[in-house]
Design a protein around this ligand. Structure first.
Ligand code: PLP
Length: 414
C-alpha cells in the first residue's frame, strides 16, 4: 500500500504485503527449526549479521518475525523481539542490558510477577529502587550516578494508578536513562509509549493484543529514541556489526532471546497475530463496558470504592484523559466491610472467576487471596489493596448481560 493507512487497516494487510506463497492472506505457520543454505557463505552471512535470514528458530522465525513487524508498526517503533510470555520479555530485557554495578528504578505498583523477578535480581546483587511512579519527583529522588534504567507501567494492576509517564520520559531523556514502559494494560491501541519518549516498550501479548486467552506471548519494541551508541552496557562485538540504532534490540535478541531461550512458538505467534487484527474493535467494546460497569458499581450502596481511571474521582483521571484514547478494560472494586466477597463472586454467572486479563470474556478475581497473596497483609496495606478487593477484566459481552449479572449477584447477598 502506497499511502499511510489507519491502525486496523494496516494490521489486516500486513501479512499479505509480505507476499506469502499462493497469495495467502496470513503468514504461514513455519514449524522448521532450522534452514538450509546452498552456499555456506550465505549461512555465514546470516550468523555475522551481514544478511537477513534465519539460522535457528530459537532466535527468530518467519512467523514470529511477521508478528514482530506488526507490533513494531502498532508501537511506532523500529524493531521488536517476541518471547514465549510477557515475563520472558521482561526478564530478557533486564538480563540483556543491565550491568553489574548499575542501578535500576522501578515502579512500586508493578505487576506482581515483574516485581518478583526484579526482587530476584536484587538477590543476585542488582541494585533496584522501587518508588511510587505516580510522581516524577520520587523517580528523581531515587536517581544515583550509576542509574541506567527506569521501569514503569502505564496503568497499574489492580489499583489502576497511572505513572507520571510524560515527566518520567523527560527526566530519562535529560539523564540518558533507558526508559522501559510496560504497555500491557493499555496496549498500543490506547497508548503508544513512544509519545512519552520511552526507549523500550514491553507488551504481554497474552493480554489485549492476543485477546482471546488462547496463547501466551510477550514482546519488546525499540522506539528508536534511545542513543545506544553511548550506552556502556553494549557488547563490543555487536558495536562492530550492527547499526547504532539497532544495538539495544539486537543485544536483547542475542542475550535475552537466543541465550535466554524464551522463544515464542510459531503456532502461538499465529494465534496472537490473528487476535491482534481486532484489537481496536475489542478495546472499544470492553472499555465501553468497563466505563458502564464502573459507573454502576460506583453508585451501588454495597460498594465501598471503585478503582477505574475513567471515573472523575480517580486521582489520575485528568492524566488518563490526556494520555490515553480510552480508560482501559481493567478495574477493581471493594465491597463494604462485612460482605462475603466469595459469596458475591459465586453468585456471578456471566462473569467468570478466573485469573488473566485482556480476554474477550469478563474475568473476576479476589485480589488479596490470589495474585497478591504472597505479599502478606502488611505489604498489601502499604500498596493500598483492601482485603476485600475484587479485580475485573471487562470483556466484550453484551452490556446488559454484564450489568444484569452484577445486579443479580448483589440481590442474592443482600
Ligand atoms: C500479564 C502481565 C505481564 C506478564 O505477561 P505473561 O504473558 O503472563 O507472562 C507483564 N506485565 C503486565 C502488566 C501484565 O499484565
Amino acid at each position: 500500500m502506497t499511502q499511510q493507512k489507519g491502525f486496523t487497516t494496516t494490521l489486516l494487510h500486513a501479512d499479505r504485503l509480505r507476499k506469502p506463497e499462493f497469495g495467502a492472506l496470513h503468514q504461514p505457520i513455519h514449524t522448521a527449526v532450522t534452514w538450509g543454505f546452498d552456499d555456506v557463505q550465505d549461512l555465514v552471512n546470516v550468523f555475522q549479521n551481514k544478511a537477513k535470514g534465519f539460522a535457528y528458530s530459537r532466535q527468530g522465525n518467519p512467523t514470529t518475525a511477521a508478528l514482530e513487524s506488526k507490533i513494531t508498526m502498532m508501537e511506532k517503533g523500529i524493531a521488536t523481539v517476541s518471547f514465549s510470555t510477557g515475563m520472558a520479555a521482561i526478564m530478557a530485557t533486564v538480563f540483556a542490558l543491565v550491568k553489574e554495578g548499575s542501578h535500576v528504578i522501578a515502579s512500586s505498583f508493578l505487576f506482581g510477577n515483574s516485581r518478583s523477578v526484579l526482587t530476584t535480581f536484587t538477590e543476585m546483587g542488582l541494585d533496584i529502587s522501587f518508588v511510587d511512579a505516580t510522581s516524577v519527583e520520587n523517580v528523581k529522588a531515587a536517581c544515583k550516578p550509576n542509574t541506567c534504567m527506569v521501569f514503569a507501567e502505564t496503568i497499574a494492576n489492580p489499583a489502576t494508578q497511572i505513572a507520571d509517564l510524560q515527566a518520567i520520559g523527560d527526566l530519562c531523556e535529560e539523564k540518558g536513562l533507558i526508559y522501559v514502559v510496560d504497555n500491557t494494560m493499555t496496549s498500543p491501541y490506547i497508548f503508544t509509549p513512544y509519545d512519552v519518549k520511552a526507549s523500550l516498550v514491553v507488551n504481554s501479548l497474552t493480554k489485549y493484543i492476543g485477546g482471546h486467552g488462547n496463547a501466551l506471548g510477550g514482546a519488546v519494541t525499540d522506539t528508536g529514541l534511545y542513543n545506544w551508541a553511548n550506552y556502556s552496557g553494549i557488547a563490543e562485538v555487536l558495536r562492530q556489526q550492527i547499526k547504532p540504532e539497532l544495538l539495544g534490540i539486537t543485544q536483547i535478541r542475542k542475550r535475552g532471546l537466543r541465550d535466554g531461550g524464551g522463544t515464542l512458538a510459531p503456532e502461538a505467534a499465529h494465534n496472537l497475530s490473528v487476535g491482534a487484527e481486532t484489537l481496536a474493535l475489542r478495546l472499544e467494546r470492553s472499555c465501553g463496558n468497563a466505563m458502564a460497569l464502573a459507573e454502576y458499581l460506583n453508585s451501588h450502596p454495597l460498594v465501598d470504592k471503585v478503582y477505574y481511571p475513567g471515573l472523575p474521582d480517580h486521582p489520575q483521571h485528568e492524566l488518563s484523559k490526556k494520555l490515553f484514547r480510552l480508560h482501559g478494560g481493567l478495574m477493581s472494586f471493594a465491597l463494604k466491610d462485612g460482605i462475603d466477597v466469595f459469596a458475591f463472586l459465586n453468585n456471578l454467572e456471566v462473569v467468570i472467576k478466573s485469573s488473566n486479563l485482556g480476554d474477550t470474556r469478563t474475568l473476576s478475581i479476589p485480589v488479596a487471596q490470589t495474585i497478591f497473596f504472597e505479599l502478606g497483609p502488611e505489604r498489601r496495606a502499604e500498596m493500598g489493596i483492601p482485603e476485600g478487593m475484587i479485580r475485573l477484566s471487562v470483556g466484550i459481552e453484551d452490556r446488559e448481560d454484564l450489568l444484569n449479572d452484577f445486579k443479580k449477584a448483589f440481590e442474592a447477598i443482600s
